[in-house]
Structures are given as structure tokens and as C-alpha cells.
Design a protein around this ligand. Structure first.
Ligand code: TYM
Length: 334
């Protein structure tokens, strides 16, 4: 079976973007056909200004949501990054493989660094992709199911794997990113030129971002108030009509269809489209919210899943990370 690895960062509440861009496929496809690991990447949450209690709370919530969304711990490995030392251990070797220049070229670094005072930008924000590469490469990963915004990081990971193997011998599998057929980049409902992100500066009271635990009425309000484009006819044109195209993509993804353009033909007005999108999202999230409430009432169960997941993950990562340490010339423990 192909080895699959992916992760989600506990820097905010999970969004519809995370769900449609990544989690939905982990649940529906990846956990069934592959030897898959899904990780709450809490170390990555420390790369920006953070509140310790909030990160801890969001980490547990993210893990609970992944299970609520349908990841089955009997089929796949669900765990927390900081529980497995191999990630940080291998990240150091990745920092010794990457160059400062290629880290600086990462779009996400440039965007996030621009938002903070230069003096306050954490060094770990620059080296973030080295840790992400370690996450992926430690497990011999073949496929990394992610949204579009992570494609550049996976590309860098590939380059680091090839470079490392070329210098020291073949230790790593060269992975590739996979993405969903639609909704690889869900847009902010209030600002369809940018992505729907959990960490986005809250615009308009957060009205542009749908969270997985939003109440049905909140979801409806956000969708009905979504910014649409000039004109009123429903056509699928992501460049000229990004707001409407986003709604069509969300609808297609909720219905597990791959053809947002085909859906456009069924609508004579924005209003009708928005009503259908709102109901589709409400129905999509209903079972997730319900299951989350049940699981949240039983933190002992979630902790147990994470403990077992970390143990399995550690056993999978250890030999390859040890091999990498030896390959670069570090003296093995005698
Ligand atoms: P994160 O936590 O920002 O996002 C988790 C997943 O959700 C996808 N995603 C989206 N997809 C479509 N539309 C959107 N608006 C949207 N927003 C987020 C992301 O592409 C991602 O797949 N660096 C990663 C976490 C990470 C990771 C890894 C992922 C760390 N190590 C190793 C894969 C493999 C991140 O910040 O994802």
C-alpha cells in the first residue's frame, strides 16, 4: 500500500477549507486505500506568536475533530507531532540539507513574515518547511494529500529528499502531493481573492470563514452574506467571478461532484445558489458536530487514541531517522 502522511496545524479552529481541501479525502479515500498517518502538527503552531493554553486546547480539538470527521483509528494512525521525537530530530538534518535562500522563497514565509515586525519573526517560521519535510520523509511517505497552499512546501520536500539521497545514499522516498478534484483552494467568503484560513486576520467579524463547529444558523448567515461578483447570472469563471466560482466549488465538493461548471447551469440567480450551498454545508457538518460533541465528552478516549497513535508512529519513523543520522556521518551509539 502507498504510505500517506498529512497534517493540520492547531493555530485556530478548523475551517471548511481544511475540510474540503484535505480532511474529507483523508476520510473518504486515503485511510481506506493506504497505510496512512494523520498528524496534529503542534510544533508548527509555535512558529508564530502563540498562547500556550490555546495551542493545547486547539490541539486536542483538532484531534477530536479528525476523529469526528471519520478518521478511524483502526484503519489509520492519528497522533500529535510533539509526541514523536523523530520529527524534531529529523528536522535538524533537513535544516542541514536546505539553503537559507530556498526557505526565504517560500510564499507562506513571505506572507506571514510581512505581517509581523521583522524583529519579531520567529526563526522557526523561516525553517518551518524543514520540519514539514521531516514530518513527511520520516515515514517513507509516497503521497501527501493537501490543499493547493501546501503544494510549494511539498515540492521543497521533494527537492530535499532528492538532494539528501544524492549526497548520502538513498534513505528517503521522494513523495508527491495529491489534491482534491475541486476545492483545493476554498476562498474567504468576504474576500474571494484570498484563501479561507483559520489564522486569517478576522475580517468583518470572521464572516468569511466557516468553522467546522459553527452552528447551522451561523453557517447559513455566513453563506447568504458571501460576497458575490458583478452581474447576477450564475456562470463558472474563477478569474472574473471568484466569489460565485468559490460557492460553486464548495457546492460541488459537498456533493462529491467534480464539476462546478456543470452546476452553474442549474441556477438562475445568486440567491438560489447561496441557499443550496448553505444547506449543503449545514448537512455536511451536521454529523461532524454531533460526533465531536460525543467525543469531547470522553477526553480519555481521545487521549488513548493519540497515545496508541504516537507509539505506532514512533515505531514507523525510528529506523529511517536512525538511518539518516548514520548516513550523514553521525557516530551511532556503540
Ligand atoms: P494547515 O493546518 O494550514 O491546513 C491543513 C490542510 O488544509 C488545507 N487547507 C485548505 N484547502 C483548501 N482550501 C483552503 N482554504 C485551505 N486551507 C487549508 C491545507 O492545504 C492542508 O492540507 N503546513 C501545513 C501542515 C503540515 C503538513 C505537514 C501537511 C505540517 N506538516 C506534512 C502535510 C504534510 C499547514 O499549515 O496546514
Amino acid at each position: 500500500a502507498a504510505r500517506v502522511f498529512s497534517g493540520v496545524k492547531p493555530t485556530g479552529h478548523l475551517t471548511l477549507g481544511n475540510y474540503l481541501g484535505a480532511v474529507q479525502r483523508w476520510v473518504v479515500v486515503d485511510q481506506h486505500r493506504a497505510d496512512a498517518l494523520f498528524c496534529v502538527v503542534d510544533l508548527h503552531a509555535l512558529t508564530v506568536d502563540h498562547d500556550p493554553a490555546r495551542v493545547r486546547r486547539l490541539s486536542r480539538q483538532a484531534a477530536t475533530l479528525l476523529l469526528a470527521a471519520g478518521l478511524d483509528p483502526e484503519r489509520c494512525t492519528v497522533f500529535v507531532q510533539s509526541h514523536v521525537d523523530e520529527h524534531a530530530r529529523l528536522a535538524y538534518l533537513m535544516e542541514c540539507t536546505a539553503s537559507v535562500g530556498e526557505m526565504r522563497r517560500m510564499v507562506q514565509f513571505k506572507e506571514k513574515a510581512a505581517r509581523e515586525e521583522t524583529a519579531g519573526v520567529r526563526l522557526s517560521l523561516l525553517t518551518y518547511p524543514a520540519l514539514m519535510a521531516a514530518d513527511i520523509l520520516a515515514y517513507g511517505t509516497d503521497e501527501v494529500p493537501v490543499g493547493e497552499d501546501q503544494a510549494q512546501h511539498v515540492e521543497l520536500t521533494r527537492n530535499l529528499a532528492v538532494r539528501f539521497n544524492g549526497r548520502y545514499g538513498r534513505v528517503f522516498v521522494v513523495p508527491r502531493a495529491t489534491r482534491p478534484p475541486v476545492a483545493a483552494r476554498v476562498r474567504d467568503l468576504q474576500d474571494p481573492r484570498s484563501k479561507m484560513g483559520k489564522g486569517t486576520v478576522v475580517r468583518d467579524g470572521g464572516a468569511g470563514v466557516i468553522h467546522l463547529l459553527d452552528e447551522p444558523d451561523v453557517v447559513r448567515r455566513k453563506v447568504l452574506r458571501a460576497v458575490t461578483d458583478r452581474g447576477s447570472d450564475v456562470v463558472y469563471d474563477p478569474d472574473e467571478r471568484p466569489g460565485v466560482a468559490n460557492l460553486l466549488q464548495v457546492l460541488a465538493a459537498c456533493r462529491a461532484e467534480a464539476d462546478p461548471a456543470g452546476l452553474a447551469a442549474g441556477y438562475a440567480s445568486y440567491g438560489a445558489l447561496k441557499r443550496d450551498v448553505a444547506e449543503a454545508v449545514v448537512e455536511l457538518l451536521r454529523p461532524v458536530r454531533k460526533r465531536h460533541a460525543e467525543l469531547a465528552a470522553d477526553p480519555g478516549y481521545v487521549d488513548g487514541v493519540l497515545r496508541a497513535g504516537a507509539e505506532r508512529a514512533r515505531a514507523m519513523a525510528r529506523p529511517r531517522v536512525d538511518a539518516a543520522y548514520e548516513a550523514v556521518g553521525l557516530l551511532p551509539v556503540g
